[in-house]
Write a protein that binds this ligand. Structure first.
Ligand code: 475
Length: 839
């Protein structure tokens, strides 16, 4: 089969307007056409999903010319390109976003309603690709949006998991995990490119040989080879022609069937290899902390990294005579250590396949990669037992030994006689069982290393990567995270978008600093009124949704106090619960107490094997149930746990929040990005001095932020002095009453053992210092309650928050990466004349 481009084909393009036209009538006809010819359905028999699919194909058609022209322009101009390597891309639903970025939301709405349908209902049909766990994967998606919007040549490489993050159900208060079958009705946004498949080796052994020029070389004789098939999705920028590619790899067997075994009657054995190969891209590991020791996870990492680097090399050689200038054409960003095996793999490809000598290959490699760290939890530093690593990738193991040997040789000269330094810096951990330390490989093999918020980067330098900082201070920099206002404001909050645009025009959507213009309206009573009305309406929508989903009635005039994120002890959802139980306890003792009525909303998934996180979910649900059934509370407190928190639900909940809970122990949350989404949507923050909270507070002003808790220094000092949570337990009567109430079985139908592990852990261990921060949090929350009573004042604070969030656009982050790490310039994409420009 010849799958290479055939240039003899001459055919002037005649574009039928149905595939590119952006006006209402053309879109209406195209919708009907796609329903018939792609979905194969007559309108009378079409389901909502068929109609969604037909519309999605209609929109994809309108992306294709932009997408292909973008790729063609990049090839022709031989541009420098950034390649974002990430094991996760949590992109969220595509349809609404593409309509907004194309500028055809209104036309499509009209076309759809003329066909007797509701656009919102079709949009709601889309199953979101849950190809990520949380912050890290969602950040990668925001960055793809900004890269396209800023017209930066870019490609995102990852894994096309057949099953993404599990769907969460709540049964009797407990999390139950359900397989995410996101592909079951097809994915209209992707195009498979089997002609660009590559092969990846695993296992086996290496042997040395002498080539025809008398050079010693190594070759890797693998045990088995897996095929990677690319699936491409266009990522269109906002009101530009640039559509970059997200290329996700699916694993398949090279041979689907072993006839030898089949003929011997070994029917299962005949498909062994196929099953194993397909397993590699089968499922996303549902942990948002590192997955230690799981061989399949390491296979996933190498699989997608090797596919991606081979792909880059192929594209490079299409336009360049050799790989000598590879690092000048590509900047490869490692999204955490998950793809850091790429350092060794690029060396292998350059040396073994393209016959570079070591020094040249190392120069190219080091100048190609850059590494972003996303976590400070010491237990989170990824390392792989040598036994597994060496067995799966014998040739990479040799290369890593050589990299390490040469690296330590240099260290020995810089720090003579300092064995501690050597063993701390070494890529191989030899303190017990031997491991490959992936962060060390990334640091040594990269030209740049960055943290994701100012505090995080400082802590990396001082603590987690201290020895590397001393060695290569010039490699380190901070790149504070950002989020895309297109998805997190325009698409998810059209009412606020309209109100803002009416006052300051629409420039802010691409230049978020322009939101500052809103400060001029903070004293405008009429504007504040409409601001409040909008928030109320959005909260009322959420209230309806909550009623529909979980059957709880909540009052939109209460303070919506929201914590949505992965469930983790360091994020301290249970501190939030301690506050709720404190209020409940106060109301029980003093039923006439004047408190601000609140609705507490939680959402988030727990890693399936994380016992304490699952117990926290059960606790939230148990407290919710007791309070809901207590008539003396009279609706002054409501607690809702909304199952299956994901991007789609995030888009609903951020706009409806009054208060954003960002309450991690100082020094634990690398950055946070939810904190930014809340603030942009006019919610105030209660938070610690952690991650990007610090910078958010700096921007919005200390007087517009509810701050509580220990600082990082205080946390460290307290730990060093021997933190004893019992002191707080015994000295704080209210805290003791709250913990005792939870421990007594009051919220667990008298079962005093259920929450014992959680309560005991707090009283006797408390690694995340909830008890130390408890009083400060409770007092701060009291201030929040009072502030909310003065609605005029609250609206001022909310408007100022939005006005001052300009810094947290991912456009700003991407500009910084472009200027300081990638050194990449925008490239304008000109569409052929026959294509209608974006509206
Ligand atoms: C931080 N995920 C946030 C966000 O920078 C930060 C780890 C291992 C395997 C799978 N997923 C992970 C993370 O480490 C992660 O999501 N980290 C988060 O990255 C973006 O805002 O503070 O916790």
């Amino acid at each position: 089969m010849d799958t290479s481009p055939d240039t003899s084909f001459v055919c002037p393009i005649i574009i039928e307007d149905d595939r590119t036209g952006l006006d209402t009538e053309t879109i209406r006809r195209a919708l009907r056409d796609n329903l018939l010819y792609i979905q194969g359905k007559l309108p009378e028999l079409a389901s909502k999903n068929d109609l969604y699919m037909a519309l999605a194909y209609t929109i994809r058609d309108r992306l294709l010319q932009r997408w292909l022209t973008t790729q063609q322009t990049y090839l022709k101009k031989d541009v420098r390109t950034v390649c974002y390597l990430s094991a996760e891309f949590l992109v969220g639903p595509h349809l609404a976003n593409n309509l907004i970025n194309l500028g055809i939301y209104e036309q499509v709405q009209k076309a759809v309603s003329e066909s007797g349908l509701k656009l919102e209902e079709l949009i709601a049909q889309e199953e979101e690709p849950g190809l990520g766990n949380g912050g890290l994967g969602r950040l990668a998606a925001c960055y793809l949006d900004s890269l396209s919007t800023l017209e930066i040549p870019a490609i995102g490489y990852g894994i096309r998991y057949e099953f993404g993050i599990f769907d969460q159900e709540i049964h009797d208060g407990w999390q139950v995990e359900i397989t995410d079958k996101w592909l079951q009705y097809g994915n209209p946004w992707e195009i498979a490119r089997p002609e660009s498949s590559v092969e990846v080796k695993f296992g086996g052994y290496t042997e040395s040989y002498t080539d025809e020029n008398g050079n010693y070389r190594s070759r890797w004789i693998p045990d088995y080879v897996v095929k990677g098939i690319p699936y491409d999705t266009p990522i269109l920028g906002y009101r530009v022609n640039t559509a970059n590619t997200m290329r996700l790899w699916k694993s398949e067997a090279c041979e689907s069937f072993d006839f030898g075994r089949f003929n011997r009657g070994d029917y299962y054995g005949a498909v062994d290899n196929k099953v194993h190969s397909e397993n590699i891209s089968k499922v996303l590991y549902p942990n948002d902390e590192p997955i230690q020791g799981k061989e399949l996870r390491l296979e996933q990492q190498y699989f997608f990294v090797s596919c991606s680097l081979q792909d880059l090399i192929r594209i490079h050689l299409y336009e360049n005579p050799s790989l000598d200038n590879f690092h000048q054409k590509w900047s490869v960003q490692l999204n955490d250590t998950h793809p850091s095996v790429g350092v060794a793999e690029l060396m292998r490809l350059l040396i073994d396949v393209h016959h570079f000598d070591w020094d040249k290959a190392w120069f190219i490699t080091q100048n190609t990669f850059a590494y972003t760290n996303h976590t400070l939890l010491p237990e989170a530093l990824e390392k792989w037992p040598l036994s597994i690593f060496g067995r799966l990738f014998p040739r990479l193991m040799e290369i890593i030994y050589e990299i390490n040997y040469r690296f330590l040789d240099k260290i020995r000269i810089i720090y003579p006689h300092d064995d501690g330094k050597m063993s701390r810096l070494s890529i191989i951990d030899e303190s017990g069982e031997k491991y490959v330390r992936m962060a060390h490989l990334a640091c040594v093999g990269s030209q740049a290393i960055n943290g994701v918020a100012a505090l995080h980067t400082e802590l990396l330098k001082k603590d987690v990567l201290r020895d590397f900082y001393e060695l290569f201070p010039e490699k380190f920099s901070n790149k504070t995270n950002g989020v895309t206002p297109r998805r997190w404001m325009v698409s998810s909050n059209p009412r606020l978008t309209f109100a803002i645009t009416e006052k300051i025009g629409e420039n802010w959507i691409k230049h978020l600093e322009d939101l500052r213009g809103l400060e001029n309206y903070v004293d405008d009573g009429g504007f504040r009124d409409s601001w409040r009305r909008i928030k109320y309406d959005i909260k009322a929508d959420l209230a309806n949704y909550i009623d529909k989903k979980v059957g709880i009635k909540v009052d939109p005039s209460t303070l919506f106090d929201v914590q949505v994120k992965r469930i983790h002890e360091y994020k301290r959802q249970h501190l939030n619960v301690l506050h709720i139980v404190t209020l409940y306890h106060r109301l029980k003792n003093n039923p006439n107490l004047d408190i601000t009525p609140r609705t507490f909303i939680f959402g988030g998934k727990a890693a399936p094997g994380y016992f304490m996180a699952k117990l926290i979910i059960k606790l939230i649900n148990s407290v919710a149930e007791v309070i809901d059934n207590d008539p003396t509370i009279g609706g002054r407190l409501k607690v809702v746990f909304l199952p299956d928190y994901n991007v789609t639900f995030g888009q609903r909940v951020y706009p409806a929040a009054d208060l954003s809970e960002q309450i991690s122990t100082a020094g634990k949350e690398a950055s946070g990005t939810g904190n930014m989404k809340f603030s942009m949507n006019g919610s105030l923050t209660i938070g610690t001095l952690d991650g990007a909270n610090i910078e958010i507070r700096e921007e919005v002003g200390a007087e517009n932020f509810f701050l509580f808790g220990l600082t990082t220094e205080e946390v460290y000092a307290k730990k060093a002095a021997g933190y004893n949570p019992q002191e707080y337990y015994y000295h704080n009567e209210e805290l003791r009453a709250v913990l005792d109430l939870i421990g007594s079985g009051f919220f667990s139908r008298g079962d005093s053992s259920l929450f014992r592990p959680l309560v005991d852990n707090l009283i006797y261990n408390d690694p995340y210092m909830l008890l130390a921060d408890y009083q400060s949090y409770i007092d701060c929350q009291e201030g929040v309650g009072w502030a909310y009573k003065d609605q005029e004042h609250w609206s001022r604070l909310a408007i100022l928050n939005v006005a001052r969030m300009g810094k947290f656009s991912s456009d700003r982050s991407i500009r910084e990466y472009c200027e300081e790490i990638w050194r990449i310039q925008p490239v304008k994409i000109e569409l052929p004349d026959y294509i209608q420009a974006n509206a």
